[in-house]
Structures are given as C-alpha cells and as structure tokens.
Design a protein around this ligand. Structure first.
Ligand code: AMP
Ligand code: ZN
Length: 112
C-alpha cells in the first residue's frame, strides 16, 4: 500500500520517535507549526476519522492515552491542542488517520 505513514511505521522512511506502544506511534512533524508538534498515528492503516468504528476504535482510545503520557513527558503542563484533519475540506494530506499534538506556545482559536 502506498501510504506515507505506513512506510514510517515500517521504518522505510525515517522519523524522530516521540512515543511508541503496541497500538500507537508518535513522531516529530517534519514541518512543525509550534515549538512542540508531534504526529500520532495508529499502528494500523485507518484512512481518517470518518473510518473509525467499533472494530478499530481501540486505536483511538490508545492514542488518547498516549496523548496524556506525551504531555507529561514533554512538559506540556500549560496546555496543548490535539487535532485531526479529515478529508479534503479538513485539510488532510496524508490518508492514514493521525492526530496533530501541538504545544509550547499560545494557540489561536478558531483555526483558519
Ligand atoms: P495533514 O495535513 O493533517 O494530513 O498532516 C500531515 C502532516 O504530516 C503534516 O503536518 C506534515 O508536515 C507531516 N509530514 C509529512 N511527511 C512527514 C514526514 N516524512 N515526517 C514527519 N512528518 C511528516
Ligand atoms: Zn497507512
């Protein structure tokens, strides 16, 4: 399958690991939008948030357990944002479910 994030999972494309467990891999975004910017992905190919269902939602739960751990390990006690872009209008550019975790500065709301 021609999926950039599956290739990162397979180690075919290098990444800088932030967190890993049996369900989840997180790595530094190559184009960071904040002092801390990680991409958190399931270790299973799920296309987007529109494809989450009762069969695969364990991965989403595990991702959010990882978020809490990543926040503690990276001194994000002042706060952070977790966001997933879904589909064309949502600005999704990689078709493997992922959550951006941003922090280290005051983040504007709403996003553009
Ligand atoms: P999205 O636009 O929401 O689909 O997010 C995709 C994200 O993946 C963007 O923030 C990119 O900067 C990031 N990205 C793309 N290629 C890589 C890579 N090789 N390593 C790390 N992050 C990447
Ligand atoms: Zn994939």
């Amino acid at each position: 399958m021609d999926c950039l994030f599956c290739k990162i999972l397979a180690g075919e494309i290098p990444s800088t690991k932030v967190y890993e467990d049996d369900y989840v891999y997180a790595f530094k975004d190559i184009a960071p939008q904040a002092p801390f910017h990680a991409v958190i992905i399931p270790k299973k190919h799920i296309q987007s948030a529109a494809d989450i269902n009762s069969e695969n939602s364990i991965y989403v739960a595990k991702i959010f357990e990882a978020v809490a751990t990543i926040a503690k390990e990276n001194n994000l006690g002042q706060g952070f944002r977790v966001v997933t872009n879904c589909g064309e209008d949502g600005g999704q550019t990689v078709g493997h479910l992922h959550y951006h975790m941003l922090g280290g500065r005051l983040l504007a709301w709403p996003p553009g």
